[in-house]
Write a protein that binds this ligand. Structure first.
Ligand code: HEC
Length: 128
């Protein structure tokens, strides 16, 4: 009988945990995300603070305001988004940049694989 109750409590904790994780992105894997960054993003993005390449630096991008790197010449459309780069917002953007920010300058086809997106976002969360 106790075991039954404990099992139910454990299940409840799992359910609550998922709810608290929010409009939950699956938890990504940081190490795999580093590989995804290298193959998908690093041609255009540096992780060093203030070092812009074709795209703006992605140092501490998670939680940052969109189009906020002072030395970077953003597209007008991205400037007008006034987003915060939450994990969810990054997820939407990198899934299909041209749909998320039509007319934006990120010439990247997007990352269709939700697992890879979660991984690269988990990785970016550690760069701060
Ligand atoms: C072909 C080059 C290129 C690739 C590849 C690329 N980006 Fe970008 N990225 C850009 C450019 C250019 C911008 C600026 C867009 C604008 O001004 O509209 C940008 C902007 C961004 C921003 C907004 C940053 C800010 O300061 O507002 C994020 C977040 C971002 N990219 C993430 C990624 C991630 C993550 C990947 C890999 C999955 C990636 N990008 C791949 C070129 C690229």
């Amino acid at each position: 009988m106790m075991r039954f109750h404990d099992g139910r409590r454990a299940a409840l904790v799992v359910v609550l945990g998922c709810l608290l994780a929010g409009q939950a992105l699956a938890a990504g894997d940081v190490a795999r995300g580093g590989d995804v960054f290298d193959s998908e993003c690093s041609d255009c993005h540096s992780l060093k603070a203030g070092k812009n390449r074709k795209g703006p630096s992605l140092f501490a991008v998670v939680g940052r305001a969109s189009a906020s790197q002072p030395e970077y010449n953003y597209s007008d459309v991205l400037r007008k988004t006034h987003w915060t780069w939450t994990p969810e917002q990054i997820d939407v953007y990198i899934k299909l940049p041209k749909a998320s920010v039509p007319g934006g300058r990120m010439k990247y086809d997007g990352l269709a694989d939700a697992g890879k997106r979660a991984d690269v976002i988990a990785f970016l969360s550690t760069i701060k």
